[in-house]
Design a protein around this ligand. Structure first.
Ligand SMILES: Cc1cc2nc3c(=O)[nH]c(=O)nc-3n(C[C@H](O)[C@H](O)[C@H](O)COP(=O)(O)OP(=O)(O)OC[C@H]3O[C@@H](n4cnc5c(N)ncnc54)[C@H](O)[C@@H]3O)c2cc1C
Length: 381
C-alpha cells in the first residue's frame, strides 16, 4: 500500500470527510484516516438529523459560514443525487427575552434573513401539534431545516472515493510527528507520510494535540425519538423546533426518516472521556425523563410514546468558539476543532475551507474569528 500522500486528513467524520471530498475534487493526492468506519455511533455525528439554522444565535461570525454551507448542501445534493436537506423551516419559541431567541433575531436582522414573528395562538393554529404557553413568543425561520447528517457523510465518502481519495478505516492514529521535510502519521497498523495534514478528530482533538493544550472539553448529550402514527408529525406539516424555555434549551425534528419525532436537550450535559464513550442512554434517570417532560408540555400528542434514545459527544470550546487555524508551531498542520455542539450545519463550508487552507494557505471565507488565539482569549474571560 502507498505510504506517502500530499495530504492526510486525520479523522474522517463530519469535517474530515467533507475536507476529503473537496481535496479530492481539487485533484490533491489525499488519504483520509479514521479510527472507525464513518458514519458511526461513537463520536459526534450520529442520530440521523441535524438542524441548520441560518441566523446563528452563537454569533454573527457564523452567518457567512452557514450561508456558504447552505449553497454547498444544494451542490452536494446534485453531485450525489441524494436528498440530504429538508427545508422544513425552524420554529423558535420561548419567553420574549429568552437569550437564544434574542441572539438569533439580532443576527437575522443584521443579515436580512427572513424571520416571521408569531403569537402563541397563531403557532397553535398553524401547527396544532404544539402547545404554547401564553407568555411565549415564536419566530419561524422559513428557509432553514434538516440535514441528514449520516447520509451526508456517506455521500461525501462515495464522492471522495470517486475522486481517488484513499480511505483507511478502523485505523486509529496514535502519533503525529512533524518535521521540516513533512509529517509522519503513525497508526496502530502502519506509518504514513504527508507534506501537510488536517486534524479533524472531533472529541479526540485534545488527546491528539496534547502539546498545545487547547481548552476543549468533551461532554455527553442525549436525544430520543417519539413514536407517532400521524402524518401531521412529518414534513411539511411540522417544522423543526428550538425552545428556549425556563432557561432550558430543547430542539427537535419532524419524523423524516420513519424513526419518529426526535427531541434533544441542548443545555444539559455530563463530562465524558471519548475513550469511555459507549451507547449508554438511560444510564441517568433524566436521560429519558427530560425528553418526555418536554414532549408532555409542548408536543402533547407525541408524548408519552417514547421509542428510544441515544448518547452522543460534543467538544466544547470556550464561548462555543470554533477553531479553524494552523498549528501554532507547524504551518503544515491545519486544525478544525471545538465545534461545540453546533458544527454540523457548517461542515460543507468547513470542508471547503480546509481544502483551501491546506493547498493555498488562505480561504475565500475569512476565518480570523476562529483562530486559536481567539479561543484561548475566550477561555481567559
Ligand atoms: C446530540 C447532538 C446534536 C447535535 N445537533 C446539531 C445540530 O442540530 N446542528 C448542528 O449544526 N450541529 C449539531 N451537533 C454538532 C455536530 O454534530 C458536531 O459539531 C460535528 O459532528 C463535529 O464534527 P467533527 O468532524 O469535529 O467530529 P466527528 O464527526 O465526531 O468526527 C471526528 C472523527 O475523528 C475520528 N477520530 C478521532 N480520533 C481519531 C484518531 N486518533 N485516529 C483516527 N480517527 C480519529 C473519529 O472516529 C470521528 O469519526 C450536534 C451534536 C450532538 C452530539
Amino acid at each position: 500500500m502507498k505510504k506517502h500522500y500530499s495530504v492526510i486528513v486525520v479523522g474522517a467524520g463530519s469535517m474530515g470527510m467533507a475536507a476529503g471530498y473537496y481535496l479530492g475534487k481539487k485533484g490533491i493526492d489525499t488519504l483520509l484516516i479514521d479510527a472507525y468506519d464513518p458514519p458511526h455511533n461513537m463520536a459526534s455525528h450520529h442520530g440521523e438529523t441535524r438542524l441548520i439554522r441560518h441566523a446563528p444565535a452563537e454569533g454573527e461570525q457564523y452567518a457567512p459560514l452557514v450561508l456558504r454551507a447552505q449553497e454547498l448542501w444544494f451542490d452536494l445534493e446534485k453531485a450525489s443525487n441524494r436528498k440530504l436537506f429538508y427545508p422544513t423551516g425552524t420554529l423558535l419559541a420561548g419567553e420574549e427575552n429568552a437569550p437564544f431567541i434574542a441572539d438569533t433575531i439580532k443576527v437575522a436582522k443584521k443579515f436580512s434573513l427572513p424571520m416571521e414573528r408569531l403569537q402563541p395562538a397563531e403557532i397553535e393554529k398553524r401547527w396544532p401539534q404544539f402547545s404554547i404557553p401564553e407568555n411565549y413568543i415564536g419566530y419561524l425561520e422559513p428557509d432553514s431545516g434538516v440535514l441528514l447528517n449520516q447520509d451526508i457523510i456517506l455521500a461525501y465518502k462515495t464522492l471522495a472515493k470517486s475522486h481517488q481519495v484513499a480511505i483507511q478505516t478502523n485505523c486509529p492514529v496514535t502519533e503525529i510527528i512533524p518535521s521540516n521535510s513533512g509529517i509522519t502519521v503513525k497508526t496502530r497498523q502502519n506509518t504514513f507520510y504527508a507534506d501537510r495534514i488536517a486534524i479533524c478528530t472531533g472529541a479526540w482533538t485534545g488527546k491528539i494535540l496534547k502539546d498545545i493544550r487547547l481548552p476543549l472539553q468533551t461532554v455527553r448529550k442525549t436525544f430520543g425519538w417519539f413514536e407517532t402514527n400521524d402524518v401531521s408529525f412529518q414534513p411539511p406539516l411540522l417544522p423543526c423546533f428550538y425552545f428556549n424555555c425556563n432557561q432550558q434549551k430543547y430542539y427537535g425534528f419532524p419524523d423524516i426518516t420513519g424513526s419518529g419525532v426526535k427531541v434533544g436537550r441542548n443545555d444539559s450535559e455530563k463530562d465524558v472521556d471519548p475513550e469511555d464513550m459507549v451507547q449508554d442512554f438511560g444510564k441517568y434517570p433524566n436521560d429519558q425523563k427530560d425528553l418526555v417532560t418536554f414532549a408532555e408540555n409542548f408536543l402533547p400528542h407525541a408524548a408519552p410514546a417514547f421509542r428510544n434514545g441515544k448518547a452522543c459527544m460534543i467538544t466544547k470550546a470556550p464561548n462555543k468558539n470554533f477553531i479553524l487555524d494552523k498549528h501554532p508551531e507547524h504551518d503544515n498542520i491545519f486544525i478544525a476543532a471545538g465545534f461545540s455542539g453546533h458544527g454540523f450545519k457548517y461542515s460543507s463550508a468547513i470542508g471547503e475551507i480546509i481544502s483551501q487552507q491546506i493547498t493555498e494557505k488562505k480561504s475565500e471565507l475569512d476565518i480570523s474569528a476562529f483562530s486559536i488565539t481567539n479561543c484561548l482569549s475566550a477561555a481567559n474571560h
